[in-house]
Design a protein around this ligand. Structure first.
Ligand SMILES: [Zn+2]
Length: 316
């Protein structure tokens, strides 16, 4: 087993679920700190608990996160940290830094220290989707992280007896919600995605016509104007919104022929200026936040080669 696969196993062996700021995440940070020292990096921790391994006057950073969701696999986050430490080992003279961010899965704190320090931040991450596998490509350069809008739509009807109320005398809120869900699906076209993931029906009883239904909407696009148009067309009350974030070209420079992708999921890279993001093919249908999540050792090796080349280019 190569050292990176071994280290991913060691982190997973701590616990599948390593919540932000939990003892399990602490243990993962301790392991990573030891590997950073082995790579000749000077270890420190900032006020938010983010872990740094620095060498020299580092202006170029690489890393990811070590927290995980309850149903996590081995690669999400941990791969980016383990790969960055491996790249630092392969570049023993280079002034660079490795970072393990805290609590990415539940809303990262960001880091003032890193925001002021890096000329570039490079992150390697498993794709969390099936696109690279369907293209037959091991690596994909991320050009942008999609902006997101989340909110609700509420439908008001009237509770009635399911047996005695004629069909044409009903105000069925769930029926209206069902039409809306189909409408959301139709609104999401090229360059956008939209999802109704949650329904709350009241009174939620088998024999009562639904009186009130609240559905969630999650809409995303890497193009801010497409996202605005999508929100408008769907018609829902936006409760939270983030703008798309364009990624840097550190990986594009060393992988001119790799496919270009947009990330539909958020990443640490959105919170750090001058970020570049590289995706590694996700096998097993692209499952994510699942124990079957998988990248092959061969693909990981290619990704670390690219990360090392990109870092070498930036520090030279
Ligand atoms: Zn992640």
């Amino acid at each position: 087993m190569n050292v990176m696969v071994e280290r991913l196993e060691a982190i997973y062996a701590i616990a599948q679920h390593r919540a932000g700021y939990s003892a399990e995440e602490d243990a993962a940070h301790e392991l990573a700190a030891g590997w950073m020292r082995e790579a000749g990096l000077e270890v420190s921790v900032d006020r938010a608990g983010n872990l740094f391994g620095r060498r020299g006057d580092a202006r170029v950073w690489a890393g990811s996160h070590l927290d995980s969701v309850p149903t996590a696999g081995r690669f999400d986050g941990a791969l980016g940290v383990v790969a960055a430490i491996e790249a630092a080992t392969r570049l023993p003279e280079a002034p660079l830094a490795v970072v393990a961010f805290r609590a990415e899965e539940t809303g990262p704190m960001g880091s003032k220290e890193i925001a002021e320090a890096p000329d570039a931040y490079l992150e390697l991450h498993i794709e969390q989707g099936p696109v690279l596998a369907s293209l037959g490509e091991p690596l994909g350069v991320v050009t942008a992280i999609a902006g997101q809008a989340r909110g609700l739509r509420v439908f008001e009807g009237r509770a009635d007896h399911a047996g005695t109320t004629p069909m044409d005398a009903r105000e069925d809120a769930l029926l209206e919600a069902a039409r809306f869900i189909l409408h959301v699906r139709e609104c999401a076209r090229a360059g956008t995605v939209a999802t109704v993931g949650s329904i709350d029906a009241e009174p939620n009883a088998t024999n009562v016509v639904p009186a009130r239904v609240t559905v969630s909407v999650d809409a995303r696009s890497a193009d801010g104007s497409l996202l605005d148009a999508l929100i408008e067309e769907i018609g829902f009350e936006v409760q939270w919104r983030s703008d798309p974030v364009q990624m840097g070209d550190a990986f594009a420079a060393v992988l001119p022929d790799a496919p270009r992708l947009v990330s539909g999921a958020g990443h640490d890279a959105m919170f750090v200026p001058q970020s570049s993001l590289l995706f590694v093919r996700s096998l097993n249908g692209g499952v994510s936040h699942h124990p079957d999540e998988l990248s092959s050792a061969e693909d990981i090796a290619l990704a670390v080669d690219a990360l090392t080349a990109a870092l070498a280019r930036l520090v030279s």
